[in-house]
Design a protein around this ligand. Structure first.
Ligand code: FES
Ligand SMILES: [Fe+2]
Length: 380
């Protein structure tokens, strides 16, 4: 049987374990991964474990205030050294047989060394294996390769970096209640391809993103990365010009989507992260976090319990409460993310139908096809 195609990729690329495994190997184990905000590892002894494809990587700040990354694998028999985020004092001790490493990754002590290793043990060759860590715009990124082999982080973001303004998340404050995790029943590429699909913005999000003038969107690819920038719609921009939080005049946003699945929605005023991570062929994890500046705006949001996108417009929904399919209809939620998740999950379900066949792509869907080509390039 000929593979059914979804533009450039077979439908199996979105459903099969074989494709999932190849992507883990050839994409997710070979690129820079988003790990969090820089302040999460900003004191000696603070650490953060991150899954990067097939590797679990530990970011830790040394006593010298330098950030280092190591593979989170004990050099004895491979137990995971540290699990959740936290702070260790001087050293990292493996829970299995208590081998202990210093914050610079050197093996310090091996319990009962005289009796257990009567002919001696050379600790100097048993330090933690180095990975790479870097900071870009106040966010931590890790790469499974050691520093002399990982590609330069600045180069990875280079072409897009110069086009997204000067906003620095470091100077912004995180809104804790806007940190959200979703387990989405869709392949990670469905999520990314939804993010880069310009065609759907005026339709699925007809109410929730109507503050942007989608017809004037400028978008394109820079190597494996995508960038879209949209002005505010004239109606919105003209109506609000108070200079107060909620003023839309400076809010026209950029949304870069770095490969693979690392998306941001940014303006001078806020910085939202939207990280899409594959868990299984048909399950992905999405985490969103938002920082906002200045502090007055943060207070405003807290009082209103609003999404920063709501700052730009109102809380309108595509489908009215009267027409909603039940109380939790995502299309009646007025929440952009729930609208997207709904569309992605329904699409993933359709892949299983023998009647699924993709229609001709619209102009605004050209980034979807381009993303599929980027994926193919990595898998070759
Ligand atoms: S596996 Fe870590 S001490 Fe044995
Ligand atoms: Fe969307």
């Amino acid at each position: 049987m000929v593979d059914r195609m979804y533009h450039e990729l077979p439908v199996a690329a979105y459903t099969s374990q074989e494709w999932f495994d190849r992507e883990q190997d050839r994409i997710f184990s070979r690129v820079w991964h988003y790990a969090g905000f820089a302040e999460e590892v900003s004191k000696p002894g603070q650490y953060l474990p991150v899954q990067a494809g097939k590797s679990n990587i530990l970011i830790v700040m040394g006593r010298d205030h330098r950030l280092r990354a190591f593979h989170n694998i004990c050099r004895h028999r491979g137990a995971q050294l540290l699990r959740t985020t936290g702070k260790v004092q001087q050293a990292i001790t493996c829970p299995y047989h208590d081998w202990t490493y210093d914050l610079e990754g050197c093996l310090l002590t091996v319990p009962d060394a005289e009796t257990e290793y009567p002919s001696g043990i050379d600790k100097s060759g048993l330090g933690l294996k180095p990975a790479s860590v870097g900071i870009w715009r106040g966010m931590l990124f890790v790469h499974p390769e050691p520093p002399d082999q990982a590609p330069a982080l600045e180069e990875w973001f280079g072409a897009v970096d110069s086009q997204i303004g000067s906003a620095q998340p470091t100077e912004m404050t995180e809104i804790p209640f806007m940190r959200k995790s979703y387990e989405v029943k869709a392949n990670w590429k469905v999520l990314v391809e939804n993010f880069v699909d310009v065609y759907h913005l005026a339709h699925l999000h007809s109410a929730t993103l109507d503050m942007f003038d989608h017809a004037k969107a400028e978008y394109g690819w820079h190597g494996p990365h995508f960038l879209i920038q949209e002005p505010m719609s004239a109606m919105r921009g003209g109506r609000r010009s108070s200079g107060e939080p909620g003023d839309s005049s400076s809010l026209a946003g950029s949304s870069p989507c770095f490969f693979p699945g690392i998306a941001f929605v940014v303006s001078d005023y806020f910085w939202s992260t939207f990280i899409m991570t594959p868990l299984a062929p048909d399950i992905s994890h999405v985490e969103t976090r938002t920082k906002i500046s200045p502090k007055s705006a943060w207070k405003f949001l807290r009082e209103e319990r609003m999404s920063p996108l709501a700052l730009l417009g109102g809380r309108k929904a595509k489908v009215s409460r009267a027409e909603a399919a039940g109380r939790n209809d995502p299309l009646a939620s007025g929440d952009v993310i729930l609208e997207d998740i709904y569309a992605c999950e329904q699409q993933q379900k359709s892949f299983a139908s023998p009647f699924f066949e993709v229609g001709p792509p619209a102009r605004g869907e050209s980034p979807v096809i381009e993303h599929q080509r980027v994926v193919l390039d990595y898998l070759r």
